[in-house]
Design a protein around this ligand. Structure first.
Ligand code: HEC
Length: 121
């Protein structure tokens, strides 16, 4: 009996650690429109300027999927004093959005919109 409980606990831990198979960036993109994220954030030149530009959010090495999920579910819990509203209440939705945000990189943004690269030296 004890053995079964241990296996269940391990299985639950695995389920929460691995990105769900059903999470996908296209669903995230649709949710991004639905939730009105675009009112405050610009992506590739389109959208508001209340929050940071998200065109290259996926290039940030200090943020992973778990950070994005936590931030979407409760922005002020990871960014103290954040004025970003709580718009996502479902972990699956937060996962889709996180996958979408992480797919936004310099490689997907039109080069004309990116800040000029500073010469090294
Ligand atoms: C009312 C305006 C507003 C709306 C709507 C909004 N945000 Fe934000 N967002 C902000 C502000 C302000 C910040 C900066 C503070 C913070 O990080 O919480 C921010 C920060 C972020 C960041 C971190 C960006 C960075 O590089 O620091 C991400 C990612 C983000 N928002 C995604 C979203 C998504 C996805 C949605 C839609 C579900 C959304 N936001 C809706 C205002 C908004």
């Amino acid at each position: 009996m004890k053995h079964n409980v241990a296996i269940l606990v391990l299985f639950a831990a695995l389920l929460t650690a691995v990105p769900p198979l059903w999470a996908d960036p296209d669903k995230g993109r649709a949710l991004y429109e639905e939730k009105g994220c675009t009112n405050c954030h610009a992506i590739n030149g389109e959208g508001g300027a209340v929050g940071p530009d998200l065109s290259t959010e996926g290039d940030r090495k200090d943020r992973d999927r778990a950070w994005h999920i936590a931030h979407l579910l409760d922005p002020a819990s990871v960014v103290p004093g954040s004025i970003m509203p709580q718009l996502v209440f479902d972990e699956d939705e937060a996962g889709h959005l996180a996958d979408y945000l992480m797919s936004l990189t310099a490689a997907t943004a039109p080069t004309a919109l990116l800040a000029p690269v500073q010469p090294e030296g």
